[in-house]
Design a protein around this ligand. Structure first.
Ligand SMILES: Nc1ncnc2c1ncn2[C@@H]1O[C@H](COP(=O)(O)OP(=O)(O)OP(=O)(O)O)[C@@H](O)[C@H]1O
Ligand SMILES: [Mg+2]
Length: 273
């Protein structure tokens, strides 16, 4: 994705300034109590992964940070300001990438800027930068139907980045990709993060992905959820899958996650939704 792949270890940022602060966040949808109490601080330029049983409220939490939903209780702040609506400081890539089939790659990426009334020339200039950095050069005039799944996902990521958000929120960004494409995208996203200085929050179902990419893995418990584990992955970036130390972290996260998945299943059986 990026021209110069970073090869130097990325400095640890244990004392990073708080970027996202969630304080006693609660969320219910009618009778469904999705999130009970999520409290956490995500540092500036940190890469945090969220993992947890299906339906435990991971996407909901991401959309609360994005400002698409209003919480039932508690607060979320970004840069010290309470989130009340979406804003250009936060870019979102949805669980299912949504591209407009009648618009070219370039026009899909400039769409948000057009809505914000950014002049066309400036919008295109900003879009072209991210087209280049996400490896889409040459496909500016292609239509989504002619792109592979991985390329569509790159368009979705480029679109989110064209706002130049400080925070990138990713909801299972590799869910729909084959293993090979996924591995390329994982490497690219790590490099993008290292070079573009973003704060990234990524929801995933994969312990391997979470541990491979993130500084910290937050494990959400069974619904109504709260954070049951906060595991710091103390290894330099970029990481490669064959690093043996990753396996110990994977085992640690898997142990907590499996217990929560089991608990989630038995709760479902006792109180079906
Ligand atoms: N708009 C909504 N209206 C009603 N219920 C909702 C809404 N959004 C989410 N929920 C419910 O809230 C709970 C959490 O949903 P959410 O999509 O956040 O889970 P998730 O952890 O992202 O799950 P998955 O891993 O399957 O994507 C679920 O029980 C879901 O049915
Ligand atoms: Mg989800």
């Amino acid at each position: 994705m990026l021209a110069n792949l970073a090869t130097t270890p990325f400095p640890r940022m244990a004392n990073a300034k708080p970027k996202i602060v969630a304080d006693k966040v609660r969320m219910s949808f009618g009778r469904v109590n999705a999130i009970e109490d999520v409290t956490c601080t995500i540092g500036e330029q940190e890469f945090v992964s969220i993992i947890g049983p299906s339906g435990c409220g991971k996407s909901t939490f991401l959309y609360l940070i994005a400002g698409f939903e209003k919480s039932s209780g508690g607060t979320i702040s970004v840069n010290g300001t309470t989130v009340t609506r979406p804003g250009p400081d936060r870019g979102v890539v949805f669980q299912e990438f949504v591209l407009f089939p009648w618009r070219t790659v370039l026009r899909n990426i400039t769409l948000g800027l057009e809505i914000q009334k950014v002049p066309r020339r400036e919008a295109e200039e900003r879009a072209r930068k991210w087209i280049r950095l996400t490896g889409l050069s040459g496909f500016e005039d292609a239509y989504p139907a002619t792109l592979s799944g991985g390329m569509k996902q790159r368009v979705a990521i480029a679109r989110a980045l064209t706002y130049e958000p400080e925070v990138l929120l990713l909801d299972e960004p590799f869910g729909a990709l084959d293993v090979q494409t996924k591995n390329y995208m994982i490497r690219d996203l790590q490099n993008l993060w290292i070079e573009a200085n973003k704060t990234i929050v990524m929801v995933t179902h994969s312990v391997e992905e979470a541990v491979l990419m993130a500084d910290r893995v937050l494990v959400f418990g069974a619904r109504p959820s709260s954070i049951v584990a906060d595991v710091r992955i103390d290894l330099p970036h970029p990481r490669t899958v064959d690093d043996r130390r990753l396996r110990e972290y994977q085992a640690e996260v898997t142990a907590v996650l499996s217990a929560e998945v089991d608990r989630s299943m038995s709760l479902e059986r006792a109180h079906p939704a």
